[in-house]
Design a binder for this molecule. Structure first.
Ligand code: 5MM
Length: 340
């Protein structure tokens, strides 16, 4: 394991003013996103959309890395350049989602275990050869009546740790993503309790599996009330609860934390990040690895029309720039109103 390369790539992923674009929607998920703009999901429409994102002029100022999907890492831009090569030439690190998705956990109704460990060593070697410098694995923890169980939390933490060790063996930085879902009607206090338990289990497992913490990036949810909860927490409350939870559970050796957006609006995800970055001295970089919160307005601006590509790229750049400002706490909600 090349510890220095892992550390420098992890540091680059969470470099100041920048964050990660999660463009690793599997075919099923991107179809759902395209359905909303009434666009058929085909090999070519998915390729065209990813090209729009990856060629947006100036994106490298605020995008440090892009998480790709297996299909996407093999696709090419219109000029024939493979996407990983195009991104690397712009100074953007190519990454790859390597989990095979969250599947029903036998014996534990309503809970899932993320699969994909079989053959992972070989797949990582192939992706490394294609230019991937980091990977992503997402564990899904749902909150509901009687769930999550301690067993499901432990099983997912174990899988995250095995994945992380294999990544580092291949000189690939693992993004460790234990996502506590914000679906449901739970309170922010319940989210904090479950996020705390999930992070505790994850770092215990990473330690046992001898994962080099300086060479990972953590991708957690923010501590936030469930979407259907009658009482929604104020932005500052979300920022305070999230920071309290992370300070208790994430070792200072971890170089950076890149949040997922989890279904928050674009503006909420940016505001929460900005407020946290105003919270005083932190032991880690606090960044973003947003999927929906970087892409929603871009998809709406594009709608699958070639004539909308330039406008959609501007929309994407604006979102990337606002999140770049949130990295130092400089983003203000009023900036949403300002012209693009
Ligand atoms: C981009 O969506 C990712 C892949 O989802 P599927 O495997 O379900 O297709 C997802 O893991 C994403 O990287 C994270 O959840 C962050 O995205 P959001 O939209 O939550 O910021």
């Amino acid at each position: 394991m090349e510890k220095t390369a892992l550390e420098s790539n992890a540091a680059a992923m969470v470099a100041p003013s920048k964050g990660i674009l999660a463009a690793d929607e599997s075919s099923g998920t991107i179809k759902k996103r395209f359905d909303k703009i009434r666009l058929e999901s085909t090999f070519e429409s998915r390729r065209a959309y990813r090209e729009l994102l990856f060629t947006a002029p100036g994106a490298e100022k605020h995008i440090s890395g892009v998480i790709l999907y297996d299909e996407t890492i093999r696709q090419k831009a219109s000029d024939g350049r493979p996407f990983p090569e195009l991104l690397a030439a712009r100074g953007i690190l190519p990454g790859i989602k390597v989990d095979a998705g969250a599947k029903a956990l036998a014996g534990f109704p309503g809970e899932t275990i993320t699969e994909g460990l079989d053959g992972l060593r070989e797949r990582l070697a192939e992706y490394r050869g294609m230019g991937a410098r980091f990977a992503k694995w997402r564990a899904v923890i749902d909150i509901g009546g009687g769930i999550p169980t301690g067993f499901a939390i432990e099983a997912n933490a174990h899988a995250l740790a095995r994945y992380s060790a294999l990544c580092q063996e291949a000189s690939i930085v693992p993004i460790v993503e234990p996502e506590v879902l914000m679906d449901g009607d739970h309170t922010i206090e319940r989210c904090e309790e479950v996020t705390d338990a999930a992070l505790t289990a994850v770092f215990d497992a990473l330690f046992l599996h001898r994962v080099h913490l300086e060479g990972i990036v953590l991708k957690p949810n923010m501590v936030i009330a469930g979407k259907k909860c009658a009482v929604q927490a104020a932005p500052q409350q979300v920022a305070d609860a999230t920071l309290r939870c992370l300070r208790r559970r994430v070792p200072a050796a971890v170089p950076g934390i890149a949040f997922l957006s989890g279904g928050q609006s674009e503006a909420d995800a940016t505001l929460h990040l900005s407020l946290m970055n105003r919270g005083g001295k932190l032991p880690w970089q606090l960044s973003f690895s947003y999927g929906r919160a970087l892409q929603q307005s871009t998809l709406d601006a594009w709608r699958g029309e070639a004539s909308n590509v330039t406008a959609a790229q501007k929309t994407f750049l604006r979102r990337a720039r606002l999140n770049g400002l949130a990295r130092s706490g400089a983003y203000e909600a009023a900036m949403e109103q300002a012209a693009a």
